[in-house]
Design a binder for this molecule. Sequence first.
Ligand SMILES: Cc1cc2nc3c(=O)[nH]c(=O)nc-3n(C[C@H](O)[C@H](O)[C@H](O)COP(=O)(O)O)c2cc1C
Length: 166
Amino acid sequence: MRRILIAYFSLQNHTLKVAEKIKEICRGDMFEIATDVEYPLVDFNFLAHVAQKQLENKTYPKLRQTLSIEKMREYDTILLGFPIWWEDLPRAVCTFLKMYDFSDKVIVPFFTHLGSSFGGKSIQTIKEMVPQNKLAEEFVFSIHDEDIEKSDDKIGQWLKSISEKY
Ligand SMILES: Cc1cc2nc3c(=O)[nH]c(=O)nc-3n(C[C@H](O)[C@H](O)[C@H](O)COP(=O)(O)O)c2cc1C
């Protein structure tokens, strides 16, 4: 792995914690995928409703910040982090995927969850949005919220196995 971007979406900080652990080991650059309009974090039912509607309508929520196309050209490997929402990707991640050309990169997803350990439809959604063979499906990393604290070794092994191939 040469030039690494750790791009992550995280509303409740679980995915952020994993991204930070990754950064400690592989020293990639971090980029937060965050929406311009904030999600209603205080009211979980409302948040769940908003997230579900965005999925149903396949919306592309506007992002608060973006990486320039030139900056994105600097990276070979994108470690793409997100939580599973309604058995799928938070739509903000789709906005991110739609913005760039990944044809000279490899995308390695990692996700946090509360039971959907296979990530529901999320990997298929990524596959449909990026060029063929750019998704390193064999390296998808899944972690339950409760296991994050003690995941350093697992993350280290995961990064090592990726670096042996890319
Ligand atoms: C709107 C919403 C939908 C969710 N849907 C699922 C789900 O379908 N399956 C699952 O295992 N966890 C689900 N979760 C739990 C999150 O995936 C999990 O808590 C994750 O670690 C949150 O990541 P974050 O703290 O980085 O935002 C959902 C959480 C939210 C807020």
